[in-house]
Ligand binder design. Structure first.
Ligand SMILES: *[C@@H]1O[C@H](CO)[C@@H](O)[C@H](O)[C@H]1NC(C)=O
Ligand SMILES: *[C@@H]1O[C@H](CO)[C@@H](O)[C@H](O)[C@H]1NC(C)=O
Length: 230
């Protein structure tokens, strides 16, 4: 009996420990998540700074809306940020914000809208751009990347926004977050981003070890109930 109880309490402790380890981070607040700001090239939105090079605050009228179709706003509306990014990290444009109130070691998730705008070179009419994505840099460390969006095939393709999330583990209580436009090619991808805010970390699919532990725990309980019946 003592042995069974000990085993039961061990399983209980294991489950309790796993529950405590699972991410329970509170959502943090990003200032100006809608990237609202005066429309201007080489200017970050209010409460954000140009973390690297010269990202643009734009609306449907540009600047740089050199495409065959009118730009579509993200579901977040208003202005958004356009950044040119390449495989060369230092050449890529980025916005950043310093945010406080994190719990060190907790996992956080940022949600945002992204699009690949493409770019028609004004004098030549050449359709430029590359497949591109956004990279999350936390306290200077590249940490996560968004889904790669293919460049619109032709200039007359519509501007399509999609949703994405990136996650990081807080290394400090105040965190410098940067969103860097990137491409895996040497030429620039012209990416749009908007509506950046924290969302609760979605419960992850249990790791095999967790699943096995849980299975072991239920087998243990089964054994106890069998034994009690016998
Ligand atoms: C770009 O925006 C300007 C207004 O700033 C507008 O006149 C022009 O038609 C737009 N270009 C495209 C391709 O929609
Ligand atoms: C943001 O934080 C970084 C790292 O501490 C610091 O170097 C930078 O000056 C801060 N930027 C602003 C605009 O406060």
């Amino acid at each position: 009996m003592k042995n069974t109880l000990a085993r039961f309490s061990n399983s209980f402790l294991a489950i309790a420990a796993l529950t405590m380890l699972s991410p329970t981070a509170q959502a943090q607040v990003i200032a100006n998540p809608s990237l609202t700001g005066p429309v201007a090239s080489g200017t970050a939105p209010i409460d954000w700074f140009a973390w690297q090079n010269t990202p643009d605050t734009v609306d449907a009228g540009g600047p740089f809306n050199n495409t065959g179709v009118p730009w579509t706003l993200s579901p977040d509306g208003g202005t958004f940020v356009r950044g040119g990014g390449s495989s060369l990290f230092p050449s890529s444009e980025a916005i950043g914000q310093n945010i406080t109130g994190f719990t060190i070691g907790d996992t956080y998730q940022v949600f945002f809208f992204q699009t690949n705008l493409g770019f028609e070179h004004p004098p030549t009419g050449n359709w430029l751009g590359e497949d591109g994505y956004w990279e999350l840099v936390v306290n200077g460390t590249p940490t996560d990347t968004s889904t790669v969006l293919t460049k619109p095939t032709v200039a007359t393709d519509p501007i399509v926004w999609s949703t994405d999330t990136m996650t990081f583990v807080a290394p400090s209580t105040t965190v410098e977050l940067a969103f860097v436009s990137r491409s895996s090619a040497a030429l620039a991808a012209y990416m749009g981003i908007d509506g950046i805010h924290f969302v609760p970390v979605s419960p992850s699919v249990p790791e095999p070890s967790t699943a096995l532990l849980a299975m072991g725990a239920s087998l243990g309980l089964l054994a106890i109930s069998r034994r009690n019946r016998n």
